[in-house]
Design a protein around this ligand. Structure first.
Ligand SMILES: Cc1ncc(COP(=O)(O)O)c(C=O)c1O
Length: 409
């Protein structure tokens, strides 16, 4: 089965693991900052821990935090668990990013942070956002922090500028479904050295080195990931994931959709072995993005005009963490492709303010967020896809949507 995502792992990661690098985490931070043209980077066990630590280190509590209604729910969890109040805004259906007119309306005297998510690899208009923030700061006479959420958008650019450097800090998630991975892991990048020092010192006071058992568990997880994403066995792995608790043992409640919670190890320091994997992945970063762009362009060429399928846009500076289409009814399409050995995903199949635990924060409609939660499917776009895989996926999509064969390449 062709998996809906696949980490781009090879021999380089194993070679890096074999190197004695006791300071791998420090090196990973430095190399990460260098790759994304930032002055500094601070590593965490998860992206959500990084965001939570940002609030804690700066003493931001009881404040309103503006964030998209349609994003990974752990972002909202970090807001709530740090003692703040999420203020959701709806998205635009064009690129699934926040509607900036609504951001402008959502800011008030209690707003202290805006989480500017660049979803699915699409850069948000950071120039307009900066202007909105500048005006709001003047009006309310206090600082409004901007965290660029680049968990889906490593290296995304708006008008040629890296979006990660257009705020106070940028947040990255590094689990195996991301553009690049450190198995699990998160990173904050910053360009203000005093802010970086403050966050690093706070982390070092509150996060503890992880124990041997966790390292062992992560090592086993990594060695299971290599064969698990092989197309010959992925069908079985998928079944184990869906039907048994076995695989969850390795990741311990990483994601529960019905509870505002963090995994029990959210206060561990990033493991040395995770940092080593991250270091090896950084070397492949440009190749990963190049391949993703090629795959996105190919799908747009092949799938344009396919029935009621609504394709995502091709945008300058986008890095395509996911290729998300909207359809009238996703079940039959997902079933049809599964029968042909292709896994499609429902990456974000919820709208956060519509979730039971978040309903109390707003009674707005968030129509686009809700629609996206119901109608989107993500098609495999990962860099390990072969030309044959891509052709098969496009042909199967056209068949499922229209009963038609693909256009010539
Ligand atoms: C948009 C977005 N931001 C932040 C995160 C948080 O990353 P993590 O899962 O490492 O906590 C995710 C998670 O996948 C995400 O999709």
């Amino acid at each position: 089965m062709i998996p809906r995502f696949k980490p781009y792992l090879g021999g380089e990661e194993i070679a890096m693991l074999l190197q004695p690098l006791p300071d791998a985490r420090v090196r990973f931070e430095a190399e990460f900052a260098r790759t994304f043209d930032a002055k500094d980077a601070v590593a965490f066990p998860y992206g959500r821990s990084a965001l939570w630590a940002f609030f804690k280190a700066l003493g931001i509590e009881g404040a309103e935090v503006v964030l998209p209604a349609y994003t990974c729910d752990v972002v909202a969890h970090a807001v709530v668990l740090s003692g703040n109040i999420p203020k959701f805004v709806d998205i635009k259906l064009f690129d699934y990013n926040m509607d900036l007119d609504q951001v402008e309306d959502a800011i008030n005297e209690r707003t202290q942070v805006i989480i500017a998510t660049h979803l699915f690899g699409y850069p948000l208009n950071v120039e307009r956002l900066k202007e909105i923030v500048r005006m709001a700061e003047a009006r309310f006479e206090h600082k409004i922090w901007v965290v660029q959420d680049c968990a889906h958008s490593f290296g995304a650019r708006w008008h040629g500028k890296l979006v990660c450097n257009e705020g106070d800090a940028a947040l990255f998630g590094l689990n195996i479904s991301k553009q690049m991975t450190s198995i699990f892991g998160g990173m904050l990048t910053m360009n203000d050295p005093s802010l970086a020092d403050r966050i690093r010192q706070w982390r070092d006071r509150h996060f503890s080195p992880a124990g041997f058992i966790k390292s062992l568990r992560r090592m086993l997880y990594l060695f299971a990931v290599y064969p698990a994403f092989n197309e010959a066995v992925y069908g079985v792995v998928h079944w184990l994931q869906e039907e048994t608790p076995l695989l969850n043992y390795f990741t311990k409640a990483y994601h529960l959709d019905n509870k505002i919670h963090f995994p029990p190890d959210y206060l561990d320091q990033m493991l040395n072995l995770e940092a080593k994997i991250g270091l090896a992945q950084l070397q492949k970063y440009s190749e990963i993005v190049r391949r993703r762009r090629e795959n996105a362009e190919y799908y747009v060429r092949q799938l344009q005009g396919t029935g009621n399928l609504i394709l995502p846009p091709l945008v300058d500076g986008a890095t395509y963490s996911h290729f998300v289409v909207r359809v009238a009814d996703r079940k039959p399409i997902m079933r049809s492709l599964a029968q042909k050995g292709i896994q499609l995903g429902q990456l974000i199949d919820y709208s956060i303010p519509h979730m039971e635990m978040y309903k109390r924060y707003s009674d707005n409609e968030f129509a686009n967020s809700f629609l996206s939660s119901q109608k989107t499917i993500n098609i495999p776009i990962h860099p390990a896809l072969t030309v044959g895989d891509r052709e098969k996926i496009a042909a199967s999509m056209r068949w499922a949507c229209l009963g038609a064969t693909p256009k010539p390449t």
